[in-house]
Design a protein around this ligand. Structure first.
Ligand code: ATP
Length: 512
């Protein structure tokens, strides 16, 4: 199966098993908006809990807040979103499709890189053990030709981005004959800026109404509460404020499922520090966040840092943690050193003094900030796309299994009476009652045991517990492991600790 096909199959699987549905589906859906179903919401909540506890429980100097989606409109002037939260947009005149000009160029660059890598792989096959990749890259004429092309386009791209040169984007597209994937033509409109914020109005009368925005990030809710939290929590630098909440962006290109949505959820943490220590904290948070990801056991090779060459106006260092999604390595989380840009601007725009008084040095200053910002939905997609497997079994059958890291699995255990009679449902219900306070469990008595196992595999349930006739006598049950499919006989009284060992979130947190 190609990665493209895998992605399509995954989207269908998410719908079939109650993870993610297109929003407003009975009205044919709403572009780039998705709802989480009965399984999806559990997975999402577990991810949020893993993040929240890692931030606020493991760090005594990080506390949480929950600020509103609606905020004073001046906030978005101070943050730069009214003036500069724009994407360069371009339309193809033949297909009438709209694209982000920067993304078209990035994809073009990725294709050149792919060509170079293919040449390298050919060389590796040809030369076998004696292959020296560095030497090959430095001398092979095909690789060198592609590399020169890449460098030329890339350096122009960086210049154009830095200058915000809209005509420059178009020129790169035209010069390199970058075509629309739908129409195949290079018949483009000019590039225009497009503000990504959604607006609405607040107030009961038309004259008195104010234009307000749906927040495009949760971070500003943290900045404008900095003084409140610092004072009421008697927080000393360095300290952090964490928040999980919805954000809204009128994205131009709305493809790739929950990777890019118009309504999505972020988990952000702003870490307030002394000016001058930001690069040290930036390095620490890079390491800390990568550890959080790798700790889930989805393979360290599936993550990489992508340090930014072009820095946003507010940042003096920035990196992305990228994950290997079915459509390639893409941003999952951003880590930014934002200096005093946000607090400084809120000070200017609000007229309030936003500072920290250092008792030791008797100095007052505006703290610097290092932020970590991750999309919950991208994390859900990372987990699901990594977990989805179609396996061929020894007995000739096949199964679809979601090998979701056990502490994140929506359902931790399924309790299955072998038959719907002879007192087995009653005993199974007793097992449910024993487990339900600690774990999200599912009781299922329909269909054959084999079919029930398959259904649980497909939603990623780590344990299936079967109650049979012998259980009535020995009060033992059969426990089947999702990944190994091994079965063992376990006394009912030991179930709780057996399941807990594998699914307790604290085990993950302890490794951090
Ligand atoms: P991209 O370059 O992919 O548009 P970004 O750099 O604009 O992302 P940030 O502003 O740094 O993203 O937002 C922080 C995080 O929020 C991202 O790493 C991502 O996980 C998530 N995120 C941003 N935009 C979206 C979206 N439209 N849908 C889902 N998640 C998003």
């Amino acid at each position: 199966m190609t990665q493209d096909e895998l992605f399509k199959v995954l989207v269908a699987h998410c719908k079939e098993y109650g993870f993610i549905f297109p929003s407003s589906e009975i009205y044919d859906g709403l572009a780039a908006v998705y709802d989480y179903g009965q399984m999806g919401v559990e997975l999402k909540n577990n991810i949020k809990q893993y993040w929240w506890n890692a931030m606020t429980r493991l760090n005594e100097n990080i506390v949480g807040i929950d600020s509103c989606i609606f905020m004073h409109p001046r906030i978005w002037e101070a943050s730069g979103h009214v003036g500069a939260f724009n994407d360069p947009l371009i339309d193809n005149k033949d297909s009438k499709k709209r694209y982000r000009a920067d993304v078209l160029i990035e994809e073009f660059l990725a294709k050149i890189e792919e060509k170079m890598n293919k040449e390298v792989e050919k060389g590796r096959k040809r030369f076998g053990e004696a292959f020296d990749e560095d030497q090959f890259r430095a001398t092979n004429p095909n690789v060198l030709r592609e590399k020169a092309k890449f460098d030329a386009v890339h350096s122009r791209f960086v210049e154009v981005q830095e200058a915000g040169d809209l005509a420059g984007y178009k020129q790169i597209i035209v010069d390199n004959n970058i075509v629309c994937p739908i129409s195949g033509t290079c018949n483009w409109t000019d590039v225009r800026q497009f503000n990504l914020m959604f607006s609405t109005s607040m107030g009961s009368t038309a004259e008195g109404a104010n234009t307000i925005y749906l927040r495009p990030e949760t971070a500003q809710g943290i900045f404008v509460n900095y003084l409140n939290v610092q004072k009421t929590g008697r927080m000393k630098l360095p300290f952090g404020i964490a928040q999980i909440g919805k954000a809204f962006r009128n994205e131009i290109v709305a493809r790739q499922f929950v990777f890019r949505m118009r309504e999505f959820e972020q988990m952000e943490m702003q870490f307030f520090i002394k000016p001058g220590t930001e690069l040290e904290w930036f390095a620490k948070w890079k390491e800390n966040r990568m550890k959080w990801h790798v700790n889930l056991g989805m393979g360290a090779e599936n993550y990489r840092f992508h340090d930014h060459e072009k820095l946003a106006h507010y940042a003096n260092a920035a990196t992305d943690i990228e994950f290997c999604f079915p459509f390639g390595f893409k941003e999952l989380e951003g880590i930014h050193s934002r200096t005093d840009w946000d607090l400084g601007n809120h000070q200017k725009f609000s007229g309030r003094k936003i500072q920290y008084f250092d008792n030791e040095t008797s100095e007052a200053f505006t703290p610097y900030v290092v932020e970590t910002s991750i999309g919950v939905d991208r994390m859900v997609l990372a987990v699901l796309s990594h977990s989805y497997k179609e396996e061929q079994l020894e007995n000739g059958e096949s199964r679809v299994v979601l090998s979701i890291p056990a502490p994140l699995a929506p359902v931790k255990a399924a309790v299955l009476p072998l038959v719907k009679k002879d007192g087995l449902p009653e005993l199974a219900q007793e097992v449910m009652d024993e487990l339900k306070f600690d774990f999200n469990c599912q009781y299922e008595e329909k269909d054959s045991i084999g079919k029930r196992y398959r259904r649980q595999d497909a939603i990623g349930t780590p344990f299936c517990i079967t109650v049979d006739h012998e259980s009535l006598v020995d009060r033992c049950v059969t426990v089947r492991d999702r990944d190994t499919m091994q079965q063992e006989r376990v006394p009912i009284g030991e179930l709780r600790s057996l399941i807990d060992k594998r699914v307790n979130l604290n085990n993950l947190l302890r490794n951090l």
